[in-house]
Design a protein around this ligand. Structure first.
Ligand code: SF4
Length: 318
């Protein structure tokens, strides 16, 4: 039976204990695909608060950072917010799992889309927190540059540093259909540059994007591997309230992927992924009433049960 290199297995092997990711959402962060820099409205499926459960305070109107911001009057607040969110989730994980090591996951919006000085202050604060072994930074391939990558590369000499890129698809027609705001070519250059700096890339992919066939989804996986991604995250595209995709769904111009096709594609994708590439996620559940469709995306637990079962039938242990 082949074992998939899950994040759990990878970190246990490397650190001797489980390492838990703690998601952080900070006031003031946004995305060039939302603020009008590359596009407006964001990706069609994006309703960012739906995956920002930790963001207790909304930014005051007109306070949004970008790399061009000349000052950041909320830096102290952001640092406090970072520490508070970390301590709160850490305590829960300690009680529930006896967790002892953590990675801070800058998850919501685009976490390199701010002045470098702000990013440095936040990343260094995060790394200074007790029991933190590293950072995972969720961002877009159009929101990095040589300076950020060189800085992260320095940090990676003593810490676990992951750059998590939303790739989603490697087809320009799909990227344009979902209003992604960049094309495949630019994505390729940024991923290669990130790898050149010795940084570990985690590629996020979505199965079930509009008009995509299974062949296309698997090609996106192969592209991420060819570009040097050391980790892959896959999730199904679901429709949540207050998104452009919800309008498409209501108009009948978008139909979500079926559970059968999703699972079959995940199994085929896992067969493509080499043994030393970490599979961090193959499911996504949204257990609240913002989910419109498909209903099988409600429970992540159920999805994982079915995916594990399908993989076992192929002699693969997840
Ligand atoms: S890149 Fe991320 S944060 Fe920006 S619009 Fe797309 S999904 Fe939302």
């Amino acid at each position: 039976m082949r074992e998939v290199l899950t994040a759990g297995r990878y970190f246990r092997e490397k650190y001797g204990v489980g390492v838990y990711k703690i998601p952080i959402s900070l006031l003031g962060f946004t995305c060039p695909n939302i603020d009008g820099t590359v596009a407006k409205g964001g990706c069609v499926f994006c309703e960012n608060e739906s995956f920002s459960p930790n963001l207790e305070t909304k930014p005051p109107k007109k306070f949004y950072l970008s790399p061009k911001s000349i000052s950041n009057p909320y830096l102290d607040f952001q640092l406090l917010q970072l520490e508070t969110q970390y301590q709160k989730t850490k305590t829960k994980l300690q009680k529930k799992f006896g967790a002892t090591k953590f990675i801070i996951y800058f998850q919501s919006y685009t976490n390199t889309y701010a002045p470098l000085e702000t990013l440095k202050a936040l990343y260094e604060k995060a790394l200074s927190l007790e029991d933190v072994v590293g950072l995972s930074i969720g961002t877009r391939t159009d929101s990095i540059d040589e300076k950020i990558l060189s800085y992260l590369s320095l940090l990676s000499q003593k810490n676990e540093i992951w750059v998590e890129y939303g790739i989603q698809s490697v087809f320009d027609e799909t990227l344009s259909r979902i209003n992604r705001g960049h094309d495949v070519e630019s994505m390729k250059e940024s991923i290669m540059l990130t790898c050149k700096h010795g940084l570990s890339v985690c590629a996020h992919l979505i199965f079930g994007l509009p008009n995509e066939t299974q062949k296309m989804m698997l090609e996106s996986v192969q592209f991420a591997l060819d570009m040097g991604a050391k980790s892959i995250k896959i999730h199904p595209l679901y429709v949540v309230k207050r998104t452009a995709l919800a309008n498409d769904f209501n108009r009948g111009t978008f139909s979500p992927i079926s559970q059968e096709l999703y699972i079959d594609t995940v199994v085929k994708a896992i067969k493509l992924i080499p043994k030393d590439v970490i599979v961090q996620r193959v499911s996504a559940g949204i257990e609240n009433d913002t989910l419109i469709s498909p209903q099988w995306c409600f429970s992540k637990h159920q999805q994982m049960y079915q995916i594990r079962k399908a993989l076992r039938e192929e002699s693969i242990l997840y």
